[in-house]
Design a protein around this ligand. Structure first.
Ligand code: AFP
Length: 313
């Protein structure tokens, strides 16, 4: 733990916190660079300034869509961070090698603006990041050394874990991230559920999971934004998010590497669980970058019950 002279724990900023966690300097720098990049994303979302990444487009420079701009912002930051050997973006679906010598460096997978289409509806969207040591991105999520997301909602919050618990930071008026929650932990049982996908395309087994949750009195909470929905499950601590395999999409919609692994890392760190119905999400061995998987993620008891009902044939 830590005690800053004259400071309560909630005046601790991101860098001060990271330094108190006995983490490598390169990891601290990486997380702070991603946090810095999010400030440009916030500005673009709030002002609709879709100029070239990080500069004004008052003079008619190329207009880009918000998700393209946020991808450029993230890529530029990671390319110049000095601590990243390989990156892969959900948007481009390609692996970019920055350094041939991965010694002491990280590989980063990211979805720079998940749910981008929701911005025009003024709904919350987010950036999702997964961090590996070395340069192999097609590892099981269990091998990640860190994961984080930034949620652009009524507030801007950053949630991360480096394997020593889950912490939340909230952006203040100076665009600094200050600690607002520490050692986030989930209850064993859910009272809210987030059912993705089209009910008409559910399997009978998945219908059983929905009925189980309804029968126990769980309330439906679903925004259509993965980061916001996971954030609600994680911070309320009493929820389960599902995006199942559908009749016409047996692997569901969400991407293993860019969306599911980082969130599964965070939720497991908070005492929850995440499965594709058969295997823990973090134990799935990825074969391709854009691999998708069904997901049941949240309170451990309900995730385990879902796997039981799905496997009941
Ligand atoms: P986009 O990133 O293409 O907008 O999709 C967002 C998303 O992948 C994820 O954020 C949501 O959980 C999911 O789609 C919602 O999908 P449905 O609209 O099919 O429920």
């Amino acid at each position: 733990m830590y005690k800053e002279a004259g400071k309560t724990k909630f005046q601790i900023d991101l860098r001060q916190h990271l330094r108190s966690q006995n983490l490598s300097g390169n990891f601290i720098h990486l997380v702070c660079e991603i946090a810095e990049a999010s400030k440009y994303v916030v500005n673009s979302i709030r002002t609709g300034d879709l100029g070239v990444a990080g500069t004004s487009n008052l003079y008619g420079e190329e207009h880009v869509t918000l998700d393209v701009l946020s991808d450029r912002i993230m890529q530029k930051r990671l390319l110049h961070s000095g601590v990243v050997s390989t990156i892969a973006s959900e948007k481009t679906d390609e692996i970019v090698t920055i350094s041939s010598n991965p010694q002491g460096l990280f590989s980063v997978v990211y979805d720079s603006l998940d749910g981008a289409s929701l911005v025009e509806l003024n709904l919350a969207v987010g950036t999702i990041v997964g961090i590996y040591q070395g340069n192999d991105l097609l590892q099981p999520g269990r091998n990640m050394v860190g994961a984080m997301y930034i949620l652009y909602g009524p507030r801007v919050s950053l949630v991360y874990s480096a394997g020593k618990g889950v912490f939340e930071f909230t952006m203040n008026q100076l665009m600094e991230f200050n600690l607002t929650r520490e050692h986030i932990s989930m209850s064993p049982s859910a009272n809210i559920y987030s059912p993705g996908g089209l009910r008409a395309k559910y399997s009978p087994q998945h219908d059983r999971v929905i009925n189980y949750l309804e029968d126990k009195g769980a309330k439906l909470r679903y925004s259509g934004g993965f980061v916001a929905d996971i954030n609600q499950v994680l911070l309320k601590g009493k929820g389960i998010f599902m995006y199942p395999g559908l009749q016409d999409a047996p692997q569901g919609k969400l991407r293993l590497i860019f969306e599911l692994n980082p969130m599964a890392f965070l939720v497991e760190q908070a005492g929850g669980a995440a499965t594709n119905g058969v295997t823990p999400i973090l134990d799935i061995v990825p074969e391709v970058l854009d691999q998708r998987a069904p997901i049941y993620i949240g309170c451990r008891e309900d995730v385990e019950k879902a796997a039981e009902l799905l496997g009941a044939g």
